[in-house]
Write a new protein. Structure first.
Length: 127
C-alpha cells in the first residue's frame, strides 16, 4: 500500500503479522501482481511472495466447490457486476468459516450474503 494513499492509515495495521491467520485466496495474487507493480514498482510483488514463503501469509487454493460457489454467486449478483475474484474470495471465506474479511470493497462484500454468517465483518471499518 502506498503511504500517501487515502486508505493507508486504516489498512496498514491489517498487513502487520499478528496472532490471526492471514489468508490470501489464490486468485487475488494476480490482482496484487498487477496493482503492486503499477503502484510500487517491480520489486513489490516479489516482496509479497517472500512474506508468503516465510509463512506470514497463507495462500489458499480453490477447490472444486469454490468454483461452483463462485459461479453461483456471479449469477446471483450479476446486477452488481461482481467478478470472479470477489466471488472466489467469498467462497473461500465461507469454506473456511471466517467471519471477517479485509477489503476496501464494501459495496460488493457488504451486499453479497455469505452462507455461514449473517454478514461479514469488513475490515477496515468504513470511514
Amino acid at each position: 500500500m502506498v503511504a500517501d494513499d487515502k486508505d493507508h492509515e486504516r489498512c496498514a495495521p491489517l498487513l502487520k503479522p499478528g496472532p490471526e491467520r492471514r489468508v490470501l485466496p489464490t486468485p487475488v495474487l494476480v490482482e496484487l501482481d498487477h496493482m503492486l507493480g503499477r503502484e510500487l514498482g517491480p520489486n513489490a510483488f516479489p516482496a509479497l511472495l517472500d512474506t508468503i514463503r516465510v509463512g506470514e501469509l497463507d495462500v489458499e487454493d480453490l477447490i472444486a466447490s469454490d468454483y461452483e460457489r463462485a459461479a453461483n454467486l456471479m449469477r446471483t449478483y450479476a446486477d452488481l457486476d461482481v467478478g470472479f475474484v470477489d466471488c472466489a474470495v467469498l467462497a473461500v471465506t465461507e469454506r473456511l468459516g471466517e467471519p471477517k474479511l479485509a477489503t476496501l470493497d464494501h459495496r460488493h462484500f457488504g451486499t453479497m450474503r455469505p452462507r455461514h454468517v449473517e454478514a461479514l465483518e469488513l475490515l477496515p471499518a468504513a470511514s
